[in-house]
Write a protein that binds this ligand. Structure first.
Ligand code: 5GP
Length: 120
């Protein structure tokens, strides 16, 4: 069983507009904004608007439309930020062992220069 969704998590508050963000993209299914503590020259977070904590729930329970919308948003943001040709990294921290800090599913996009290896 995965943890219940906490509607007061920071990304929920950003999605509700209660906390500002440096938005780069928004559509029906997703919101993307710059990470507040960038770990690369480009560091963007792409967040599905649905109340998903984990990839497990999202992949198993979200509608095909929602999943496709999110996947396309990630690709769109990467393209719009010129990451496609030079290359970039996508990453999702999932759960305790994954080091997930914000309990609302999100994908990190890193780019804008050569990236060090992050895989141990
Ligand atoms: P993760 O849950 O993937 O381990 O990390 C959450 C990410 O969200 C971190 O990279 C952190 O810098 C970012 N973050 C946390 N709080 C905020 C916030 O209020 N605004 C923005 N833009 N990013 C945040």
């Amino acid at each position: 069983p995965t943890q219940p969704y906490d509607p007061d998590n920071i990304f929920a508050r950003i999605l509700r507009g209660e906390i500002p963000c440096n938005k780069v993209y928004e559509d029906e299914w997703s919101l993307a904004f710059h990470d507040i503590s960038p770990q690369a020259p480009v560091h963007i977070l792409v967040v599905p608007k649905g109340e998903w904590v984990s990839w497990d729930d999202f992949s198993a329970k979200a509608s095909a439309e929602e999943i496709a919308g999110f996947v396309r948003a990630v690709g769109h943001v990467a393209r719009e930020h010129g990451l496609v040709e030079p290359g970039y990294r996508m990453l999702a921290n999932i759960g305790a062992h994954g080091g997930q800090e914000v309990p609302h599913l999100h994908v990190h996009l890193f780019g804008g220069g050569p990236l060090g290896r992050m895989i141990a």
